[in-house]
Design a protein around this ligand. Structure first.
Ligand code: PMP
Length: 407
């Protein structure tokens, strides 16, 4: 991207700084200078910023764009519901249909409570776990992200010690650290929160060790605590149902969001029978939580996940990207690590503690129209076809060349 190609971007940022705290905030601000912050439109796996620069997008809105932007069949389903109405004083038939689809799909789930953001869903999990068990302590993995509420936000500002009084941390894949934290909780352990794999920012990704997942289940059973799986980021990309089902591990409560309605705002807490009564007893609601358009979009999205074999497609394209990047890095004499599932790519450079290499690499890629992230996992979508990944790779080769030249 040249200086002149950012005219509108810079003007918009200046206006935003006057009327929006920080101009952009949250995940909109989680990018280095040079990455676009304001978007104009998107189509499939491509997005255009406000200056008209086009990118092959490997962030997919940080996850929501699972099939690609403006997927025609999802848009048609949403439009049909919009003709009938969206926010009523109660739910529509869409909610029951979606509850039926999800409880059929996710093995541990007997019911679902719909909400809007991932934070809503993880927060409901924690509230229901405490209501069900009558206990207080929650264990979370250090460095894991579960949302932007006081109990889980990574930032301290405005958060009271009291908000976190019953929160303890463990290390992902380190069962001894969980056992220690659980025993320190005494008889007061309400639940253990885990991600399907370690997908922390600024950290090479780590797949879950089967014995770790099974160990969490055993500790929860022994202590009468809830196993809470945060599927918000990986859900619908990794497996057809719950992420740990193939390991023989079922959660008690799970949180889903992001990809489930292909960009429409929707999330859900799923729970097993034993937690249904607690889910009835807590007060859960939001003005937009019954929104029928997003639910209609979700029904069509999930139908397409199966029809289009989305998990397999994403794996194939993710593997193509990973193999291509690996070969290019090697050809340029650079050592990179690519970790985690291929459909949620994460790339780091050897000897790059200050992220200088990876920042340069992604910035050079962005300048060439390939939107990559330096220190957050990325996302594949169904609209990334073989030719799009191939096109992206022609440009990343030049980005690697720039890193090789600079270091
Ligand atoms: N959990 C995980 C694993 C996430 O990745 C996120 C969002 N990045 C959340 C929870 C919170 O979701 P939301 O931003 O929709 O509130």
């Amino acid at each position: 991207m040249t200086e002149s190609a950012r005219t509108k971007h810079d003007a918009l940022m200046a206006r935003a700084e006057r009327v929006i705290p920080g101009g952009v905030y949250g995940h909109g601000a989680l990018v280095p200078p040079g990455h676009p912050r304001f978007y104009a439109r998107g189509e499939g796996c491509r997005v255009w910023d406000v200056d008209g620069n086009e990118y092959i997008d490997f962030m997919c809105g940080y996850g929501p764009n699972l099939l690609g932007m403006r997927e025609p069949r999802v848009e048609a389903a949403a439009a049909r519901q919009r003709e009938l109405g969206d926010s009523f004083s109660g739910p529509t038939e869409r909610m029951v249909e979606l509850g039926e689809v999800l409880t059929e799909r996710v093995r541990h789930a007997d019911w679902g409570l719909f909400c809007k953001n991932g934070t809503d869903a993880t927060t409901l999990c924690s509230t229901i776990a405490r209501a069900a068990t009558g206990k207080r302590v929650l264990l979370v993995a250090g460095g894991a992200y579960h949302g932007a509420a006081p109990w889980c936000t990574p930032t301290k500002a405005g958060v009271l010690d009291a908000d976190r009084e019953y929160l303890r941390t463990y290390t992902f894949n380190d069962l001894a650290s969980v056992e220690r934290a659980a025993s320190e909780a005494g008889g007061d352990l309400a639940g253990i929160v885990a991600s399907p794999f370690r997908h922390d920012a600024f950290h090479d990704q780590e797949l879950v060790l089967p014995e770790f997942a099974r160990g969490l289940r055993e500790i929860c059973d022994a202590q009468g605590a809830a196993l809470i799986l945060d599927e918000v980021r990986a859900g619908f990309r990794l497996t057809r149902g719950g992420a740990w089902e193939s390991l023989g591990v079922d959660a008690d409560l799970s949180a889903w969001g992001k990809a489930m309605a292909n960009g429409y705002p929707l999330s859900v807490t799923l729970g097993s029978e034993a937690f249904r009564d607690a889910a009835k007893r807590i007060y859960a609601t939001g003005s937009f939580w019954y929104g029928a358009v997003a639910m209609a979009a979700a029904l069509e999205t999930i139908r397409l996940v199966d029809e289009e074999k989305v998990v397999e497609q994403l794996e194939a394209r993710g593997q193509q990207l990973r193999d291509g990047l690996d070969a290019q890095a090697r050809a340029h004499g650079l050592v990179v690590k690519q970790t985690g599932p291929v459909q949620l790519p994460y790339l780091s450079f050897e000897d790059d503690d200050d992220n200088a290499k990876v920042n340069l690499f992604t910035t050079e890629a962005v300048h060439r129209g390939v939107y990559l992230h330096p220190w957050h996992n990325m996302f594949l979508c169904l609209a990334h076809r073989e030719k799009d990944v191939a096109e992206a790779l022609t440009r990343t080769d030049e980005a690697f060349a720039a890193v090789a030249k600079a270091f």
